[in-house]
Design a protein around this ligand. Structure first.
Ligand SMILES: Cc1cc2nc3c(=O)[nH]c(=O)nc-3n(C[C@H](O)[C@H](O)[C@H](O)COP(=O)(O)O)c2cc1C
Length: 197
């Protein structure tokens, strides 16, 4: 698939089947992640490949984080809500949790370490798309909760930056929509053009 075509046609696709994703595909997705750029070549990404029952632990942690916010987690309605949350990781046969572990290199800036991992995630989503898989980047506040760091044994500065849900799509992805380039771009050809910003 042509790179521009892949970039444009990739969509978040959550409707996937239970059919396992092959090891060969997973390896390709992971390797694509590692080819992202990183300042000072810190390669600050960490990948956690979740399949099978390991998704239970993720579900339990998501529910535990949600329960902390509830006044009465044991109420019937909250129990129902928590059960639903616990099942969330089973929406796809494969989840790759992607974390940043920032380098100790004093020159490495935290924003750039995160940026490198975000670039890795996009590489992974595009590769999965090129392989015909559906992919979905999921986060939300629980991703950044201390309980999540603990589950994946991350350092104090480590952070989960994405749960990438992958599977074989059940239907074709819809067309996407973006703001026109003109709306988000300023062309600066001379010093005085800055005055127009
Ligand atoms: C950092 C980040 C976190 C995201 N987290 C979620 C999420 O928690 N839930 C969700 O439905 N989509 C999430 N998304 C996916 C966006 O909703 C999706 O990319 C956007 O709607 C554009 O759709 P597209 O991916 O099909 O182009 C996230 C995207 C990014 C970049």
């Amino acid at each position: 698939m042509d790179i521009f075509e892949a970039i444009k046609s990739r969509r978040s696709m959550g409707l996937v089947s239970d059919e396992p994703v092959s090891k060969e595909f997973i390896d390709q997705i992971l390797e694509a992640g590692t080819w992202a750029p990183s300042h000072y070549r810190t390669e600050p990404w960490k990948f956690f490949v979740l399949t099978g029952d390991s998704r239970h632990r993720l579900g339990e942690t998501l529910a535990q984080i949600e329960a902390q916010k509830m006044e009465d987690p044991s109420s019937e309605s909250n129990q129902k809500k928590l059960m639903k949350i616990q099942e969330k990781p089973f929406r796809a046969p494969l989840i790759i949790a992607v974390a940043v572990e920032p380098s100790d290199n004093p020159r490495a800036l935290i924003q750039e370490e995160h940026g490198a991992v975000y670039a890795a995630i996009q590489n992974m989503l595009l590769t999965a798309h090129a392989l015909g898989l559906g992919g979905y980047w999921r986060t939300g506040k629980p991703a950044y909760d201390p309980a999540m760091k603990k589950l994946f044994k991350l350092s104090d500065r480590g952070e989960i930056l994405g749960f990438l849900y992958f599977g074989h799509p059940k239907r074709a992805v819809p067309e996407g929509k973006r703001k026109p380039v003109e709306e988000v771009t300023s062309w600066l050809a001379s010093e005085s053009d800055f005055d127009l910003l």
